[in-house]
Design a protein around this ligand. Structure first.
Ligand code: PEP
Ligand code: MN
Length: 336
């Protein structure tokens, strides 16, 4: 971090600043130029609040040269992290397919979809029990009953389950859930992230609707700094000026996040495109871009789905797609 001082900065205040930084184990290199004096800070500056420095009387400007995230940073952890979810690995070169309906609707529905996606090659089951809906009049999910139905589908198929938690108060209900999803709308719910950092459950962290890569990585940092390093990042489309698609799939997120972080990166083509016919091409692009997995909405009767029917694949289309993705994944692993 570099701190540029104002001209004629008060020597007493400068001394106080340097002592304070040194007390935080930061080495301070002062270079006095003709027009400017700058301080080069060396050490772990992640805990230094840039706004606090900027607010000081003697400070003209502050520039960060180190990333503000440490635990999620690939620089400090060059190897890919592999997250184990109930025996299923995410990351490290494999392609993990998570599939299931947007919402759990009934035992018949979740069990039928679970059986069919398993037969097609999915290794985890998704399904919302607590649903973050834009309208309070829309189906809000079966809540605790939905979690119970997911557990039944897991007993039938052996597939680990991932489902969204919207509020810390729901945490005790999630004991048998294998992976907790933090939805896009909650990506910066910092109290929730802190609470999840204290658990040992793998977390699927979805990118916020208008969040930058750094904001996503800082959200991961919240969870990891609490002690839970089992975080999987998910690109699910962002808000842009385009209205044809539900969101805009930011395919660059895959290589960029994988460069900046060692955490696995998966893609949700369903919420990105918002239309079932876009799911195969967006999934293919994600695998070609290096994604560690996909989370895809599949429904056995999309026309009557209680949530997100238009973007849900029918089991037959999902079956075909998985075959194609496996070919693309293998091709991407060839060396030329
Ligand atoms: C979901 O996965 O069902 C969901 C609501 O996703 P997102 O938080 O990405 O909108
Ligand atoms: Mn959905």
């Amino acid at each position: 971090m570099i701190v540029i001082l104002k001209k004629n900065a008060d020597k007493g205040q400068l001394g106080n600043l340097i002592s304070w930084l040194e007390s935080k184990n930061i080495q301070v290199h002062e270079s006095i130029g003709e027009s400017e004096t700058i301080l080069g800070l060396v050490g772990d500056t992640t805990t230094i609040d840039i706004n606090l420095l900027n607010a000081l009387d003697i400070v003209e400007d502050v520039k960060r040269i180190q990333d503000p995230y440490k635990k999620a940073n690939r620089k400090f952890h060059p190897e890919d992290t592999v997250v184990n979810v109930g025996g299923v690995s995410i990351g490290g070169g494999s392609l993990t397919i998570i599939a299931g309906p947007c919402s759990v609707e009934s035992e018949e529905q979740i069990c039928a979809v679970a059986e069919s996606v398993k037969a097609s090659g999915a290794s985890m089951l998704r399904g919302g029990a607590f649903k973050p809906r834009t309208s309070p009049y829309s189906f809000q999910g079966l809540r605790a009953d939905g979690l119970r139905l997911l557990e039944i589908a897991k007993e039938h198929t052996g597939l680990p389950i991932v489902t969204e938690l919207m509020d810390i108060s729901q945490l005790p209900l999630f004991e048998k859930v294998d992976m907790i999803q933090v939805g896009a709308r909650n990506m910066q719910n910092f109290e929730l992230l802190k609470a999840l950092g204290k658990t040992d459950k793998p977390i699927l962290l979805k990118r916020g609707l208008s969040s930058t890569y750094e904001e996503l990585l800082m959200a991961a940092e919240y969870i990891m700094s609490g002690g839970n390093e089992n975080v999987v990042l998910c690109e699910r489309g962002i808000r842009t000026f385009e209205t044809y698609t539900r969101n805009t799939l930011d395919i660059s997120a895959v290589p960029v996040l994988k460069k900046l972080s060692h955490l696995p990166v998966i893609v949700d083509p369903s919420h990105a495109g918002g239309k079932y016919e876009l799911v195969p091409p967006l999934s293919s692009a994600a695998v070609a871009a290096g994604a560690d997995g996909l989370i895809i909405e599949v429904h056995n009767d999309p026309e009557h789905a209680l949530c997100d029917g238009p973007q849900s694949l029918k089991p037959e289309s999902f079956n075909k797609l998985v075959k194609k993705l496996s070919l693309i994944h293998n091709a991407m692993r060839e060396e030329f």
